[in-house]
Write a protein that binds this ligand. Structure first.
Ligand code: ZN
Length: 96
């Protein structure tokens, strides 16, 4: 199951019930970044942690994942800020 969330700091998450949540702000990120976050969360279905095995799994699926990870670290805040007022509107929609 996949859900869309509006968390300000998390781009994606994977619960123990194997539900993957993606932050809707990612639609404003380059497509490769969205792919990376999805891959990252899908890898958590195999490894529910950030162990070496987990990152190895991510690397096998997406050899250039480090570039995307760096992009998110650098631009994540900007992305959150840029979508600030829009996010309030979306939060309202989600509550209603
Ligand atoms: Zn993770």
């Amino acid at each position: 199951m996949m859900r869309i969330s509006s968390a300000k700091t998390r781009w994606g998450s994977c619960s123990r019930k194997r539900n993957i949540n993606l932050n809707w702000r990612l639609v404003f990120a380059p497509p490769a970044i969205l792919d990376y976050v999805i891959m990252h969360e899908l890898s958590h279905l195999t490894h529910m942690n950030h162990s070496k095995a987990f990152w190895k799994h991510v690397e096998e699926m997406m050899p250039d994942y480090k570039t995307h990870r760096t992009w998110l670290k650098k631009n994540g805040r900007t992305l959150s800020r840029a979508t600030g007022s829009l996010s309030q509107a979306v939060d309202t929609l989600m509550i209603n």
